[in-house]
Design a protein around this ligand. Structure first.
Ligand code: ZN
Length: 392
């Protein structure tokens, strides 16, 4: 069996860092992890990887991407040209970029052709990270995303149950609901409350019955609160998270993916991104910052959610999202927990997001320790997915 041993390395295991460790990988799994001085006999026979002075972490998990979008300035124009085949082709190109940046798992929260791509990657036909795909995003008639192929218009609790079942039948491993308006759809306020509590409840009830987690796109306070109370698993964007909502999320264990990269990509490219999107993003910047602070203070658990594929938000942007989360007040260690253990829990993939015997060997080796200096994420030295080197 193919085996390698990373010697004398600092290991961030998804929760904490320990020094002078050793990690033995056999096939696609971690066979052993412990003090380097007590390495098992098998380690001597395995191919050696010198970990001295370096840090080994679980592969990063990006809980919000759109693989069929490449991050062009004109989102609507990109959307208009999408077909399922073209979406799968673009997704194939975009997927590899995540691996290059140490991201070994993504959740695709709305795409066309991506369920097929997820299957092709899983079968080893094309390289890419693990893809937990939501299929199409559920939105109200005329709601955010209704005008692009990745959205599916649906109204009423019964129709939502049917839509959830159909997306799951098509291969979805997560469900996305669009609970409010959005920045990138013209003609609808970003903070507009979309689905009714009854509709959200039906989506969550049905998805959970099938063992799928639910992500809610939610920007305005009322929509965020309704989604949280309906029992969704993650709030994406969450730009108007009040203190009361943050406390509710912390108490329930609802994850928050702040998607700072999406906002930064738009506000830093005024002039090339359509004006309606720039205007809406700018009007939410202060709210987003205050919400992030409130959520951290209330103890809300976070995940790394880039929303990659939106304007100037390229695939593989996970490290930049984590760097921004730290700039906005999170500790580097918290950011790393967000991108590993928290992501794995949210995506319901228990054998990733940690470095422990039996876990999948999705690993990244860095020359510096990202739990001390988050900038270390910019230059991964070696990336493995399921024990295979995919970079370095
Ligand atoms: Zn999105």
């Amino acid at each position: 069996m193919r085996a390698f041993y990373v010697s004398d390395v600092a290991v961030f295991d998804g929760a904490r860092v320990r020094r002078r460790r050793g990690v033995l990988v056999e096939g696609d799994r971690i066979a052993w992890e412990g003090p380097h001085a007590r390495a098992p006999r098998e380690a001597a026979a395995a191919r050696a990887v010198d970990g001295h002075g370096r840090t080994l972490t679980p592969g990063l998990i990006d809980c919000h991407v759109h693989l069929c979008f490449a991050g062009e300035a004109d989102f609507a124009g990109e959307a208009a040209a999408l077909t399922p085949a073209f979406g799968a082709i673009k997704g194939t190109v975009n997927a590899r970029k995540h691996l290059e940046h140490g991201v070994t798992t993504v959740r695709d929260l709305g795409g066309v052709g991506i369920l097929d791509l997820a299957g092709a990657i899983e079968e080893g036909r094309v390289p890419g990270p693990r893809v937990v795909a939501a299929g199409r995003a559920l939105t109200i008639t005329g709601g955010h995303g209704h005008n692009i192929g990745i959205g599916r218009e649906v109204d009423g609790a019964d129709a939502i149950r049917t839509a959830v079942r159909e997306e799951i039948r098509a291969g979805a491993r997560a469900i996305k609901v669009v609970a409010t308006g959005g920045v990138l759809t013209p003609g609808i306020d970003a903070t507009f409350t979309a689905f009714t509590p009854e509709e959200l409840g039906a989506a969550v009830d049905e998805a959970h019955a099938w063992g799928r987690g639910v992500a809610a796109h939610a920007i305005g306070a009322e929509g965020i609160l309704q989604a949280v109370l309906a029992g969704v698993d993650s709030i994406e964007h969450g730009m108007q998270t009040t203190t009361a909502i943050a406390r509710e999320m912390a108490a329930r264990g609802t994850f928050r993916g702040p998607t700072l990269s999406a906002m930064i990509g738009i506000v830093e490219h005024q002039g090339s991104v359509p004006a309606y999107a720039v205007e809406k993003a700018l009007s939410l910047t202060d709210d987003a910052r205050a919400s992030h602070t409130r959520a951290l203070r209330a103890g809300v658990r976070h995940v790394c959610s880039t929303d990659a594929g939106t304007p100037y938000n390229p695939h593989g942007n996970g490290p930049n999202e984590l760097i921004a989360m730290v700039e906005w007040g999170m500790s580097p260690l918290e950011a790393m927990v967000s991108a590993t253990a928290n992501g794995a829990e949210l995506l319901r993939v228990p054998d990733i997001g940690r470095v422990a015997p039996g876990a999948s060997a999705d690993l990244v080796l860095y020359d510096a320790d990202p739990t001390e200096d988050i900038e270390a994420l910019r230059s991964p030295s070696i990336v493995w997915k399921a024990g295979s080197r995919v970079r370095g």
